[in-house]
Design a protein around this ligand. Structure first.
Ligand SMILES: O=P(O)(O)OC[C@H]1O[C@](O)(COP(=O)(O)O)[C@@H](O)[C@@H]1O
Ligand SMILES: [Mg+2]
Ligand SMILES: [Mg+2]
Length: 334
């Protein structure tokens, strides 16, 4: 079995011009993932359950695990010296690593250190999401906000870690999507899912139906379509919603399906954050042969304007994303 470290190096050799910086950066993410994984696995007995009582820039009360994960990834990325700055769900502003090495690094990282925070205390799978870009500011200069506000189609790599019944790291550098499973006895990630692809069609829909009455008419129509009885089209589809984007995404990636976090009357831009939730998942989904949209256009074409901006999110099997987009177009409310 090939390890994640070996695979990264092997793939790097496919690019003679590669300098090894991205490989080293991915190594730092792998290290932090192991540290966070060890803590999550003993969440019930470690002083890591519960909230900090502090509200983050999202207006959400931070969980202790949000901060723990944020700290571990930040420390690992800064220590590795391949990153000139990071942006995180748990940090109001971007953080510049402006020591000598940092300044001369060409990558910025955007991350959701702990995804699915509402599931930490109830032993349901959670994750970490990361997105990597080359900076646009010159090497040696201070990192700037524009280095982070790049459209998703400029990502050089993206991925997630899922802390579930097993722990996996799934990533892409634009050459397919590859999954690695952690052997807990050794703390080593081994290649277990090479070239992951999503089926064109699926029979699973993932959405918080508790918001049904607040959804746009087109989304309501699509949910009714999913629930209609029609064996010729394998309907009704199955409703599955874990409440952790990473976990719902991972299941749908393997089995086919669609994850939706639409806009609602109370949250016209939806809930999920473009830069460190939707863009990285969109890059992975497109690399796996699926689609990711805000209900109208490709997520990865959106030009970001704010670090923590939110967008409606529809992501999954091609035909299912096409269907919901069509229904939203057909039932646009004036
Ligand atoms: O509880 P809701 O409104 O359905 O929201 C669940 C969604 O919010 C999230 O928890 C947001 O992510 P964070 O936990 O990182 O804030 C997603 O993982 C999940 O899909
Ligand atoms: Mg999240
Ligand atoms: Mg989070």
């Amino acid at each position: 079995m090939i390890t994640l470290g070996e695979y990264i190096i092997e793939k790097q050799n496919d690019f003679p011009e590669a300098s090894g910086e991205l490989s080293s950066l991915l190594g730092a993410i792998r290290l932090a993932a192991k540290v966070v994984n060890r803590e999550i696995n003993k969440a019930g007995i470690a002083d890591i359950i519960g909230t900090t009582g502090v509200e983050n820039v999202q207006g959400e009360v931070q969980q202790k695990m949000d901060l723990y994960a944020n700290d571990k990834f930040k420390t690992a990325l800064e220590a590795r010296g391949e990153v000139c700055g990071i942006a995180s769900e748990e940090e109001d502003e971007f953080i510049a690593f402006d020591d000598k090495r940092g300044c001369n690094s060409k990558y910025v990282v955007l991350m959701d250190p702990l995804d699915g925070s509402s599931n930490i205390d109830v032993n349901v799978s959670v994750g970490t999401i990361f997105s990597i870009y080359k900076r646009i500011s010159p090497l040696g200069a201070p990192v700037i906000l524009d280095d982070f506000l790049q459209p998703g189609d400029q990502q050089v790599a993206a991925g997630y870690v899922i802390y579930g019944s097993s722990t996996m790291l799934v990533y892409t550098t634009g050459n397919g999507v590859h999954g690695f499973t952690c052997d807990p006895s050794l703390g080593v990630f081994y290649l277990s899912h090479e070239n992951m692809t999503i089926p064109e069609d699926g029979q699973i829909y993932s959405v918080n139906e508790g918001n049904y009455l607040k959804f746009p008419l087109g989304v309501k129509k699509y949910l009714k379509y999913c629930q209609e009885i029609d064996s010729a089209t394998n309907r009704p589809y199955t409703s599955r919603y874990i409440g952790s984007l990473v976990s719902d995404f991972h299941r749908n990636l393997l089995k086919g399906g669609i994850y939706m976090y639409p806009s609602t009357a109370s949250a016209p831009k939806g809930k999920l954050r473009l830069l460190y939730e939707c863009n990285p998942m969109a890059f992975l989904m497109e690399q796996a042969g699926g689609k990711a949209s805000d209900g109208e256009k490709r997520i990865m074409e959106i030009v970001p304007t704010e670090l923590h901006q939110r967008v409606p999110f529809f992501c999954g099997s091609n035909n299912m994303v096409d269907d919901v987009q069509l229904m939203m177009k057909k039932h646009t409310e004036v």
